[in-house]
Write a protein that binds this ligand. Structure first.
Ligand code: FES
Ligand code: FES
Length: 156
């Protein structure tokens, strides 16, 4: 067992956890932040994406003990009173159906838009599709997800 501390959604948290605990498990089981979904547990589906120190990662592929001292944001911490522009855009553009992939899609998309804005590169629909290759959706056919990301990018 190892004691870890981190900041999650702006709040200091700690836990005494087995060394093999994944970040996704720590978030869902220790902190009860079940908005981070686990679809595959093998780094393929992207349902578990969260931000660690401002960058998107698949939380099923990181050991929580390796992130001691980090700042983590989950889908629960994205809204700040009002919905985040990406959450609003997914709602308005019907970028979801069952919603299982949605937390990971949104967290990955926020990171994507932030990176493109910082670099000054144009975020085209093709670029959005390529960036989301690690996020799988079984329902939507992706068209409305791409529209949602374009919409949010104009507002972020
Ligand atoms: Fe992490 Fe699928 S649960 S990528
Ligand atoms: Fe159902 Fe994406 S909305 S998996």
């Amino acid at each position: 067992m190892t004691k870890i501390s981190m900041k999650v959604n702006g709040k200091a948290v700690s836990g005494d956890i087995p060394d093999e605990t994944l970040l996704s498990e720590f978030l869902r089981e220790n902190l009860r932040l079940t908005g981070t979904h686990v679809g595959c547990d093998t780094s393929q589906c992207g349902a578990c994406v969260v931000h660690v120190d401002g960058k998107a990662i698949k939380s099923c592929s990181a050991l929580a003990v390796s992130l001691d001292g980090s700042e983590v944001t989950t889908i629960e911490g994205l809204a700040n009173g009002d919905l985040h522009p990406m959450q609003q855009a997914f709602t308005e553009n019907h970028g979801l159906q069952c919603g299982f992939c949605t937390p990971g899609m949104i967290m990955a998309s926020v990171d994507m838009v932030n990176r493109y804005k910082a670099s000054g590169k144009e975020l085209t629909p093709d670029a959005i599709r390529a960036e989301l290759e690690g996020n799988i959706c079984r329902c939507t056919g992706y068209h409305n997800i791409v529209h949602a990301v374009e919409d949010a990018a104009a507002k972020m």
